[in-house]
Design a protein around this ligand. Structure first.
Ligand code: FAD
Ligand code: DLZ
Ligand code: SF4
Length: 509
């Protein structure tokens, strides 16, 4: 029988991935490749590249010890063709294969590259997810609005997670009402489990140091888990030490605490080192044994079987053009401080610094600090999308784009969110300690010293009054705006214009 190639991509590091299930150890050859095309479609954070290359190398070794034949291409190999289709062709010629088994990639770009590859590639559905494309389409069909909450309830029923017969555990589907506490004075969790680099990681760090030195982001110290066994330990550590407080402080932010009670497992889930089922079961078990309260466990499970699956459903349903949407017609360039943290806005400087150091920021930092600012300032959503895709270790288009284009920038016109996630400085002040020590004054609404979020918020609403003025969920804010005196409104708009002009001309803001 003719040998077939089995493609395993960098974010498909699961031993039961569809293409491997379809293949035959005795007959087929696994292809894995570190290639410049994948490493440079955006300037990925060095920690993200190092994590993936190290995890790929360790996964290839585990496949080999499991009896698979693996042809692994390292980035520095002299005959590396630089692309996934190129490596498939090269390996096919080497082993005499005429066909490739693959698992559908998480990005339209690569799906079409495989469709157009110079060798036939059979793409199997990626069934590491709870909801298939077809199932999501059935759920979405005929609905006026695709609200995550209703999708999530279906997923709860489907999985039986936190269900009491056909009723939700505790009587309510969603305990977010209990979950929005501001930042506490002290955090009892010391952060995610950190791992000392082993020989494979050290070798990869050396490569990344040499090849990606100019990319935004700090490579050292590198502490991520890079194999399944380590990722499992990181998960257990979170479940034991942080999950009980996860719900309460999910939305809080602290300048000197990067992780609060967050799991910091998205990079492991998205690369395939962990699966949604084992993560949710571990959380549900903690509830069942009385080790974590319902509000924390429900909130955590909702992020995974709710938001994560819903975002993937939207990405694949909306098609390849989704990342180019720009409903609000925003066109301003992404300011330089997203790359160098050189801004007096302390909240943004802290979020960017932590992103640079860890390739990580938690949800509210992404949504209500860097995302909120970009939306208020009218930044081109395509540039915002590229930034998020580059700088976070967990970023792949299927999950990043609906979060950025949809949830954060409202560039999809309201598919993901029924209203834009915008706020003035008060929200940030309530949920964080950023404002103490900021050059800007949170209590001031206009003028040189005022918090820019304050006037940019009103200027945003004013700019988009035709679109949002009739949105019942925003009516109260428009009434407040219209109740302000004409002088106050003019001063607010003047402050916003002066700020944006200064920022646009490269001045420090
Ligand atoms: P926790 O807060 O501990 O949550 C647990 C898990 O739930 C996460 O590991 C993640 O798998 C899942 N989850 C939570 N929220 C979401 C969500 N909105 N969408 C999908 N999964 C979710 N997440 C990514 O995985 N990749 C991205 O590229 C990404 N980009 C984002 C961009 C923006 C603008 C925003 C607002 C959110 C983005 N998110 C993204 C979602 C979320 O911020 C991260 O999943 C989360 O911060 C990861 O950290 P954690 O593991 O500590 O999560
Ligand atoms: C993100 C990434 C990077 C940086 N490098 C590679 C690589 O060299 N080889 C590979 O197979 N995958 C890599 N990836 C992950 C892919 O970009 C990812 O599979 C697609 O974006 C689809 O999600
Ligand atoms: Fe951010 Fe405004 Fe607070 Fe400064 S005052 S940290 S700019 S919200």
């Amino acid at each position: 029988m003719v040998t077939r190639l089995v493609l395993v991509l960098g974010d498909q590091l699961s031993p039961d991935i569809a293409a491997l299930r379809e293949a035959d150890k005795a007959r087929d050859v696994v292809v894995m490749a570190e290639v410049s095309d994948e490493a440079s479609y955006v300037p990925h954070h060095p920690k993200k590249i190092a994590f993936l290359f190290a995890a790929m190398r360790k996964f290839a070794a585990s496949l080999e010890s499991d009896g698979w034949t693996v042809r692994y291409t390292r980035l520095d190999d002299s005959d590396n063709s630089g692309s996934i289709p190129g490596e498939l062709l090269r390996r096919a010629e080497e082993v005499g294969a005429t066909e490739v088994l693959a698992t559908e990639p998480g990005e339209w770009r690569l799906i079409s590259a495989l469709e157009d590859a110079p060798i036939p590639v059979h793409q199997f559905p990626d069934d590491r997810f709870l909801c298939s494309h077809a199932e999501f389409d059935v759920w979405a069909e005929g609905r006026k609005e695709l609200r995550m909450e209703y999708f999530y309830r279906e997923m709860r029923r489907k999985t039986g997670l936190l269900m009491d017969g056909d009723k939700p555990e505790g009587g309510k589907w969603n305990y977010d009402h209990d979950n929005r506490k501001p930042a506490p004075d002290a955090i009892t969790f010391g952060g995610p489990m950190q791992f000392t680099p082993d020989d494979t990681v050290v070798e990869v760090l050396d490569l990344v140091d040499r090849r990606f030195d100019n990319n935004f982001g700090t490579l050292h110290p590198f502490w991520f888990a890079t194999d399944r066994e380590q990722a499992r330990r990181a998960l257990t550590h979170f479940i034991r030490k942080a999950l009980p407080n996860f719900g309460d402080y999910q939305d809080a932010m602290l300048a000197e605490n990067k992780f609060l009670y967050h799991a910091v497992i998205s990079m492991y889930l998205n690369a395939g080192l962990l699966g949604w089922r084992e993560v949710c079961d571990a959380a549900a078990d903690a509830y069942a044994s009385g080790d974590a309260p319902l509000n924390a466990v429900e909130g955590f499970i909702r992020q995974i079987i709710g938001w994560r699956e819903y975002m993937r459903g939207i990405y694949f349903r909306e098609g390849p053009e989704y990342t180019r949407r720009n409903t609000l017609e925003h066109s301003r360039a992404l300011p330089g401080f997203y790359w160098d943290a050189e801004t007096d806005m302390r909240c943004i400087a802290k979020a960017v610094e932590q992103t640079r150091d860890e390739a990580y920021a938690h949800h509210i930092q992404r949504l209500m600090v860097t995302g909120n600012f970009a939306l208020l300032a009218g930044i081109d959503p395509a540039e915002v999308h590229e930034w998020y895709l580059a700088v976070y270790a967990d970023a792949y288009e299927w999950v990043e784009a609906p979060n950025v284009i949809g949830m954060s920038q409202f560039a999809d016109g309201g598919i993901v969110g029924s209203k834009p996630y915008v706020s003035g400085g008060n929200y940030i002040n309530k949920m964080s300690d950023y404002c103490k020590g900021c050059r800007y004054e949170i209590g001031q609404k206009t003028g040189e010293k005022a918090c820019p979020f304050n006037y940019l918020y009103w200027a945003f609403l004013h700019r988009h009054r035709d679109r949002f003025g009739k949105n019942p969920r925003m009516a109260q804010m428009y009434r407040t705006w219209m109740r302000m005196s004409e002088e106050k409104r003019a001063a607010t708009l003047d402050s916003a214009e002066a700020f944006l002009d200064k920022m646009g001309s490269g001045g420090r803001v």
